[in-house]
Design a protein around this ligand. Structure first.
Ligand SMILES: Cc1cc2nc3c(=O)[nH]c(=O)nc-3n(C[C@H](O)[C@H](O)[C@H](O)COP(=O)(O)O)c2cc1C
Length: 193
């Protein structure tokens, strides 16, 4: 039996925990939490945003960073979503440390181990849709494998469960992508779809 869910409660889940970092016109860093976003091309991210200190900032600088929430940063992540940079320096209050990206005019928050550096490709305030060009990605070496990829077991990313307004950790690997389906497909040519 199918149950129809109230779309004001939950639509797509789980969601991301993106931490958007920006500078204001005086170089003061800020960060906000955003769940409504995703990758839309190899070097593109789209995020749905209301008007915030963050959007005022990125309108001026044309740049932002996106860090990924982790188990170790969950308190900071939620804080960045419940207070506005219009009222307080959230970076200082959270005890975070920032350095300026070498590639875009936006802060990298050092407490987060993985961060995208983005240029504003388009920002439509009336629609609330931010499109960013991902220029580079910075990873702390503590989350890297010996062969050079990000190890999510070390990073411990979190996801947002919008049904119950909670953060959840990401679980173990359960199958290999582009392999598992061949238990049903059983074709010798993997790419004949
Ligand atoms: C879990 C969570 C997810 C959020 N997702 C979004 C979002 O996708 N878009 C948005 O505009 N605001 C979102 N917010 C609200 C902003 O983070 C919040 O209004 C924040 O204070 C804005 O910060 P700023 O004024 O310093 O830019 C979210 C907040 C939380 C706690």
């Amino acid at each position: 039996m199918s149950v129809q869910i109230d779309t004001n409660n939950s639509v797509i889940m789980p969601e991301a925990v993106f931490i958007i970092g920006t500078y204001d016109e005086n170089g003061v860093p800020n960060a906000m939490n955003a769940a409504w976003g995703t990758q839309t091309d190899f070097n593109e991210i789209v995020i749905s945003l209301s008007k915030h200190k963050t959007t005022d900032n990125l309108e001026k600088t044309g740049a932002f960073t996106v860090a990924f929430g982790t188990v170790d940063t969950v308190t900071i992540c939620d804080y960045f979503g419940v207070e506005s940079g219009n009222k307080v320096n959230k970076i200082e209050k959270a005890g975070c440390h920032v350095r300026k990206s070498e590639l875009v005019n936006a802060p990298i928050i050092e407490e987060f181990p993985l961060t995208l550096e983005c240029k504003v490709k388009s920002w439509k305030p009336e629609e609330g849709i931010l499109v960013g060009e991902i220029v580079a990605e910075q990873a702390d070496d503590s989350i890297m494998t010996a062969d050079g990829h990000v190890d999510l077991d070390k990073m411990k990313p979190i996801i947002y469960d919008s049904a119950i307004h909670a953060y959840r950790s990401v679980g173990p690997v359960i199958a290999t992508a582009f392999e598992e389906g061949f238990k049903i497909k059983k074709s010798v040519d993997k790419w004949d779809n």
